[in-house]
Design a protein around this ligand. Structure first.
Ligand code: ATP
Ligand code: MG
Length: 183
């Protein structure tokens, strides 16, 4: 049971968050925010750019939450930063189109664009396309943009900006991604 019904006069959603930086915690912070929102009955959509792996725990976990959806627009393979494949560009564009549609349809209260900062940095989509999208954000929709190296224009536009700073990461001592922690 949701803790409270969404879309009352008291609703205060409508802000934009950016989670960036080189330390661990951007995607998981946005999942935490989504979880919290979903608990209040808000409808949450996370669009994952550049991710096509099915082994992320969050994909399974949200199946148990009626109002939290995750869709992936990426391949399991890594994108070649200097020479991205056409399919990588197409998938990122499809992800952006999915976000536009979600906004038009007013079906969600919280929209998380996971790794969109990286999709922009790697030239799969442009800064302008994302800014144009943010321009059309419904007033009461909360948005989160995650990924390293957020463009300055996203930071300027956002209300909450958090930079995860790497102080330590087990990767640097050779520990590979662990189930339940990194994926
Ligand atoms: P998480 O998904 O764990 O919240 P993140 O979204 O902050 O991490 P990304 O920059 O999206 O991290 O990195 C993708 C993958 O690399 C994740 O598996 C993440 O745990 C891992 N990772 C995060 N920070 C580092 C780091 N400083 N060095 C190596 N790997 C990292
Ligand atoms: Mg991430």
């Amino acid at each position: 049971m949701p803790l409270s019904k969404p879309m009352s006069d008291e609703d205060e959603l409508g802000m934009i968050h950016v989670y960036t930086g080189d330390g661990k915690g951007k995607t998981t912070a946005s999942l935490g925010l989504g979880l919290r929102s979903a608990g209040h009955g808000y409808r949450v959509l996370m669009i994952q750019f550049m991710k096509g792996q099915i082994n992320y725990g969050e994909l399974e976990a949200v199946k148990n939450l009626p109002n939290f959806e995750i869709v992936q627009f990426g391949r399991a393979e890594f994108v070649d930063k200097d020479n991205p494949a056409d399919v990588d560009v197409k998938l990122a564009r499809d992800g952006l189109e999915h976000a536009r549609k979600a906004m038009r349809e007013r079906k969600y209260d919280v929209l998380i664009l996971d790794e969109i900062n990286v999709a922009v940095e790697w030239n799969l989509i442009s800064v302008k396309e994302v800014l144009d999208l943010l321009e059309t954000k419904p007033d009461h929709m909360e948005m989160v943009l995650t990924g390293r190296h957020a463009p300055q224009s996203f930071i300027d536009l956002a209300d909450t900006v958090t930079e995860m700073k790497e102080v330590k990461h087990p990767f640097t001592k050779g520990v590979l991604a662990r189930k339940g922690i990194e994926h």
